[in-house]
Ligand binder design. Structure first.
Ligand code: NAP
Length: 260
């Protein structure tokens, strides 16, 4: 089988940054389940989780490739898109998911840590989206550009003075680029996850007091999962969302509504 002939994304191709673990992994697996051939990107620190994501997709009858590239580095962003086009043929869907959130107090936040968070979370989203958009425009078949922002984009976050603004920036970027890219049939949207249980947040969720406090503020009554976010991404990637662009979708179990 070279590609799935069924599913909402049959015959499509997708690049998902940071998809070896967490939310990105769920997104890569979900897109593959709908028929897309997927590039699973990881930072290069440890290839094992990416290889296991590829194996999981292939075991289910899908097709995927792992590519190591530290998207905090400009050259790696360029290489990632070039190698993705090489293995996929072209890119129909790009999901800018990779992100880091090393919690730190604002008053003594070091500038090099601030810079690294900007580079991975925001600069990479700009570069990867621009390179993919250029290739999509040249090909003339439209496309989907999606960014995984955060509820922190609309409400700030404690210990997140370096992180939350990058999440507002990527949502704003999707809105801004949806304007010039609309005429090419390329949609640009962002998904704002709420409190999702992943490697990024597992320490907090492991503390029973923090878990109970968090769950009490979420109307749906539980932590979110990667699959919850994946559902919104698959929708935005699909033909059903062809008239949705410049939008943001909150996937937070009602947390924002509760807090406001
Ligand atoms: P996670 O569990 O820590 O997973 C992060 C993924 O990104 C891993 O696959 C990691 O690969 C990859 N990655 C990290 N730095 C990278 C780099 N420099 N280059 C390439 N890949 C890199 O994080 P997550 O919770 O799934 O978060 C995913 C996205 O959702 C982030 O943008 C985050 O801001 C956003 N988000 C998360 C939550 C939440 O509650 N978890 C809420 C709102 C928004 P390696 O294995 O190679 O490190």
């Amino acid at each position: 089988m070279t590609e799935r002939s069924f599913g909402r994304l049959a015959g499509r191709t997708a690049l998902v940054t940071g998809s070896s673990r967490g939310i990105g992994r769920s997104i890569a697996i979900g897109l593959a389940r709908e028929g897309a051939t997927v590039v699973v990107n990881h930072s290069g620190r440890d290839a094992t989780p990416a290889d296991s994501a590829v194996a999981e997709i292939e075991a289910a009858g899908g097709r995927a490739f792992a590519i190591a590239a530290d998207i905090g580095e400009v050259e790696d962003c360029h290489r990632l898109v070039a190698e993705s086009i090489q293995v996929l043929g072209h890119i129909d869907i790009v999901v800018n998911n990779a992100g880091i959130c090393p919690a730190h107090e604002f008053l003594d936040l070091p500038l090099d840590l601030w810079q690294r968070v900007q580079d991975v979370n925001y600069r990479a989203t700009f570069i990867v989206s621009q390179l993919c958009a250029q290739a999509m425009v040249e090909r003339g078949e439209g496309g989907r550009i999606i960014a995984i922002s955060s509820i922190s984009a609309v409400m700030g976050g404690s210990m997140q003075a370096h992180y939350a603004p990058t999440k507002a920036a990527v949502a704003s970027l999707m809105q801004s680029i949806s304007i010039p890219l609309g005429r090419y049939g390329i949609t640009c949207n962002s998904v704002l996850p709420g409190a999702i249980e992943s490697d990024l947040t597992k320490e907090g969720w492991a503390d029973p007091v923090i878990r109970a406090t968090n769950e009490a503020r979420i109307p749906i009554g539980r932590a979110g999962t990667g699959d919850d976010v994946m559902g919104a991404v698959v929708y935005l990637a699909s033909d059903e969302a062809s008239y949705v662009t410049g939008s943001t979708i909150l996937v937070d179990g009602g947390l924002y509504a509760f807090l406001h």
